[in-house]
Design a protein around this ligand. Structure first.
Ligand SMILES: [Zn+2]
Length: 427
């Protein structure tokens, strides 16, 4: 297996300049040939920004580079929760490269060490269009794990059935969205009490992606289940961050050129807080150039002890964000405050002109340890709005026994006249 420094060296060699990737895309794909009709091929800064709306009605094959049309071997789509799904093709080398990058997380050493005791992993992310499941499963297998791939093949993996399988296999790692993971663990606790302690004792890691998860929520999950929760911010479009034990998620300059934009689509720069636009610098099979991923993120320089230089923190989707008290609030900004006051199963928030109403859903193993007064006080002090929180029993928002057909995206509703929220077309 390649060493970490060799992986970085290969990336450095393969990495193109942003303008070189734009020229490549123009020359090799039908989509960019039309999209860049006016571009003189000289300056990157004069390129139009591509949004997901530019891709509505476009054939996925128009984004596939003609150079790689015989080599593509994975097709994936974003969940579409942001509007229209963005297509993505990967060649065998792209996929291997992706695994190589994912491997750079310092967590991988801890995971490998644990495999000496128990190497069973349950991959509960395979149900969907993204490549999260495929890559988590392959990554674990590559490092010697025995992987149960649960999803939809001939039978659908219902929450009960998944919980039963977890109870039987007693894995050391589960990959899942936090909401699914917490559902399965609660089903095991209630339906299979004699197996519960054994499952908890064996479990060491939760690997999650796909569902945005605030830092405080990750910390509460770690605390209540006594595990390490490795949460990754990544997207099928090709954005990959590296989760790190230092608490940050890192970016590699060889992989992406990041630009941030403000609400009026003025370019802010490469660091700061703004709407995320990126150019993939390595993967040529589906070139992504000046692609507006459109999450609100903070990008900053990093002093990480593991040697990473840059980090990214997502705040939530721009089109679901809002202005409050002179600040842009994403879904995750609310979530981060909420989970500082306990581990909830789920929540919904309504922002009105004079009050913020929060519905909090209890998670049974954590229900004696909530500080609702502290929570409302903090929200009020940060937003200058009165805050009313209601604690509801499990089941009020989430049906833990039902297969989830949609991502849990719309948690914070802005009901004010000044709202700019755009509801996704597909959930
Ligand atoms: Zn770090």
């Amino acid at each position: 297996m390649l060493s970490d420094s060799l992986i970085l060296k290969i990336m450095r060699i393969k990495s193109l300049k942003p303008v070189e990737m734009a020229r490549y895309a123009l020359k090799n794909t039908l989509f960019y040939k039309k999209f860049y009709k006016e571009w003189d091929g000289r300056s990157f800064d004069t390129l139009p920004v591509m949004t997901k709306y530019d891709l509505v009605g476009v054939s996925p094959y128009d984004l596939l580079s003609r150079q790689f049309k015989d080599q593509a071997y994975i097709y994936a789509e974003t969940s579409g929760s942001s509007g229209a799904p963005t297509p993505s093709f990967l060649t065998r080398n792209d996929f291997k490269g992706l695994l190589g990058v994912t491997r750079l997380t310092p967590y991988m050493k801890e995971i490998k060490k644990e495999m000496g005791n128990n190497r069973t992993a349950v991959n509960g992310l395979t149900f969907g269009f993204t490549i999260a499941g495929t890559s988590f499963g392959a990554l674990m297998q590559k490092h010697g794990a025995l992987v149960a791939q649960l999803g939809t093949r001939s039978t659908i993996a219902t929450p009960q059935r998944t919980a039963e399988t977890i109870a039987k296999l007693k894995p050391f790692t589960i990959s899942a969205t936090p909401l699914d993971f917490m559902s399965w663990m609660e089903i095991i606790r209630v339906d299979l009490p004699s197996k519960h302690d054994d499952v908890i004792r064996n479990l060491k890691f939760l690997l999650s992606t796909a569902e945005p998860c605030a830092f405080s929520r990750k910390q509460q999950i770690e605390r209540y289940f006594n595990i390490t929760h490795v949460n990754t911010y990544a997207s099928v479009d090709g954005l990959v961050s590296i989760p790190c034990p230092c608490g940050e998620m890192h970016l590699l300059k060889e992989m992406h050129y990041i630009e941030l934009f403000d609400g009026q689509m003025n370019r802010i720069g490469e660091y700061g807080t703004g709407r995320l636009c990126f150019t993939g610098l390595i993967r040529k099979s589906t070139p992504m150039v000046r692609y507006m991923l459109d999450d609100v993120v903070t990008v900053k320089a990093s002093n990480c002890e593991h040697g990473f230089k840059k980090s990214i923190m997502p705040h939530g989707r721009y089109e679901l964000s809002m202005e409050l008290n002179g600040k842009t609030w994403g879904n995750l900004d609310f979530e981060d405050i909420i989970y500082r006051y306990g581990l909830f199963m789920n929540y919904t928030i309504e922002v009105c002109s004079d009050v913020i109403n929060i519905r909090l859903e209890e998670y049974p193993i954590a229900k004696n340890d909530y500080d609702i007064t502290g929570l409302t006080r903090e929200i009020t002090s940060l937003t200058s709005l009165k805050c009313i929180a209601e604690l509801l029993p499990l089941g009020s928002i989430t049906d833990i026994r039902k297969v989830r057909e949609a991502k849990s995206v719309i948690k914070v509703l802005d009901l004010r006249d000044c709202s700019r929220q755009l509801m996704p077309q597909i959930l």
